[in-house]
Design a protein around this ligand. Structure first.
Ligand code: B12
Ligand code: SF4
Length: 456
């Protein structure tokens, strides 16, 4: 790699998912830390010329839905520019590191935390050094020691918020803050990585996190989080910040007090992983002066079940308090659980009549391939074929989502209507699933069939 060569950062298209504008926080952190000229693009912006003039192509394969697009872009990159160095990182890249370098066109995958290894990789490439000295690398013929683990010091020193190196994301982000409402583009606040809950369907769970990053929970210092919030405030155009990670529950009360013991001229979107105490709602409502959205999980998502049961009923109390404080309330229901769990279905139906003015969100479980003791997907070849296929699939709901996402980004009213319609549709889904079972039983009895077909 020559001294002035560019590293092309590309966020791959999520084939089966209409939310390409969500970019992993870590991608931005690495982009801002790389000691080389960079260009950052969404996949649909990449031209052959970009690929030809770059020395390295770096992609996140964080969510599995980007897998097939990333593989296709790597192929295109290799064809257009055979000497291009192609590298990926993120949860899904880690799990599929071996096939990505052995079967597809990737030269390297950074395993686990990349804050240390990735800038070092770029430096080594620029100096034409020996890649085997860079930790956490899956290369074609070798795995370098997986010795880098993110520390608080490194976490604090990284900048996960600056968008100056990614102009198209900056434009989208600014647009998304023209209106009220949680549009989920930017900024996601980095507070901690990992998780304490043992949800067996999530890479955040301690046993999987250990396999995929070799560590437990790591948090930034509260002073650094506070500094980031002040930075966002100073930008002027940022109306709200997204906190996806219930630090009130997962980190110490002192930590929360240090971050929230002041006020911010910002709004907040916050996901509670467990039923919050009233003070956990009040603290946030007092600290953030702008618009607020509080999101509550029921069922088997975000620890609610693995820790303490379904708790649909318990969520309504805190949700009402949040509403009273002027927040938009989102109740997340894993609709796929309704099919399997009659008790949960009954609890959800009872909840419907009590959630006036609250939004309902489908939080069905998402795909995860179990990592083996080396952090690789078990039964990798079959899994990979399945994942590639799955990440290419474009269900009908994808098309609807594409249209809706575009429409809702046009203004305040379409966005509000979108949520109302979505809530109505999901309510209807719960109610109809609830009545489908007794109806099927009745039908079976009328038709004289002793064994009714099982509920789907
Ligand atoms: C925060 C979060 C989100 C946020 C992401 C915010 C953001 N912009 O980063 C939001 C809410 C947007 C989100 C959405 C979704 N998420 Co999510 N999310 C998480 C969560 C809770 C934490 C992720 C985290 O800690 N990031 C920390 C940051 C700082 O680091 P990082 O971004 O991981 O980046 C590091 C590495 O990944 C790597 N890396 C990343 N990019 C690159 C690029 C290169 C070139 C390199 C070298 C390295 C690299 O290096 C970085 C530095 O170390 C995890 C669960 C968990 N506790 O881990 C689930 C998780 C990652 N999400 C998951 C899923 C499935 C989803 C959704 C599909 C769910 C949904 N209902 O919509 C969507 C998909 C969004 C999309 N558009 O595609 C799954 C992923 C499983 C999988 N294999 O796909 C997880 C593991 C949860 C689960 N249930 O299993 N999520
Ligand atoms: S609480 Fe959420 S982030 Fe933590 S392990 Fe469970 S699903 Fe993953």
């Amino acid at each position: 790699m020559k001294k002035n060569d560019t590293v092309l950062f590309v966020h791959p298209r999520h084939m089966s998912y209409g939310r390409d504008n969500q970019v992993p926080m870590g991608f931005l952190g690495l982009l801002n830390a790389v000691p080389a000229p960079v260009k950052a693009l969404f996949q649909n912006e990449v031209s052959d010329n970009d690929l030809r003039s770059a020395a390295a192509l770096a992609m996140d394969i964080f969510w599995y839905m980007s897998l097939s697009s990333a593989v296709a872009l790597a192929r295109r990159g290799r064809t257009v520019n055979p000497s291009l160095f192609i590298v990926a990182g993120g949860y899904t890249a880690t799990v599929y590191a071996a096939p990505l370098v052995q079967v597809f066109d990737f030269d390297a995958v950074v395993l686990g935390d990349a804050e240390g290894p990735f800038p070092e990789l770029v430096k080594t490439l620029r100096e034409a050094g020996d890649l085997h000295s860079v930790p956490n690398l899956r290369l074609r013929e070798k795995v370098t020691p997986w010795s880098y683990v993110l520390t608080r010091e490194d976490y604090d020193s990284f900048d996960y918020l600056s968008l100056s190196r990614f102009p198209s994301l900056l434009r989208l982000a600014r647009e998304s803050h023209r209106f009220e409402g949680a549009r989920f583009v930017y900024p996601f606040l980095p507070v901690y990585k990992g998780c304490i809950y043992p949800c067996d369907y999530c890479y955040g769970a301690p046993n999987y996190q250990k396999l995929l990053t070799r560590r437990g929970v790591v948090a930034r210092s509260p002073a650094r989080v506070l500094e980031d919030l002040r930075r966002l405030e100073a930008m002027g155009w940022v109306r709200r910040v997204y906190v996806v990670g219930d630090f009130l529950k997962i980190l110490s009360p002192e930590y929360a007090d240090e971050v929230l013991g002041t006020t911010y001229n910002l709004g907040i979107y916050y996901e509670y992983y467990e039923v919050p105490r009233p003070e956990d709602i009040l603290k946030l409502a007092q600290a953030f002066k702008g618009e607020k959205t509080f999101s509550f999980f029921t069922g088997r998502n975000h620890a609610a079940n693995s820790v303490s049961g379904i708790r649909v009923g318990e969520i309504l109390g805190p949700a009402r308090l949040a509403k009273k404080l002027g927040a938009t309330v989102r109740i997340n229901v894993p609709l796929d659980q309704l099919r399997r769990d009659a008790e949960f279905l009954a609890a959800c139906k009872a909840m419907l009549v009590n959630m006036r003015g609250m939004d309902l969100v489908d939080s069905s479980l998402w795909y995860l391939r179990t990592p083996d003791p080396h952090g690789a997907a078990q039964e990798a070849p079959q899994d990979l074929a399945w994942s590639l296929d799955e990440s290419k699939r474009r269900p009908f709901s994808w098309a609807i989502r594409e249209v809706v996402v575009r429409w809702s980004s046009r203004g305040e009213m379409p966005y509000k209507w979108l949520w109302r319609l979505n809530t109505l549709a999901l309510k209807a889904k719960i109610a109809s699933s609830y009545y489908a079972r007794p109806l099927r039983q009745l039908l079976a009895r009328v038709l004289g069939n002793a064994a009714p077909p099982p509920a789907r």
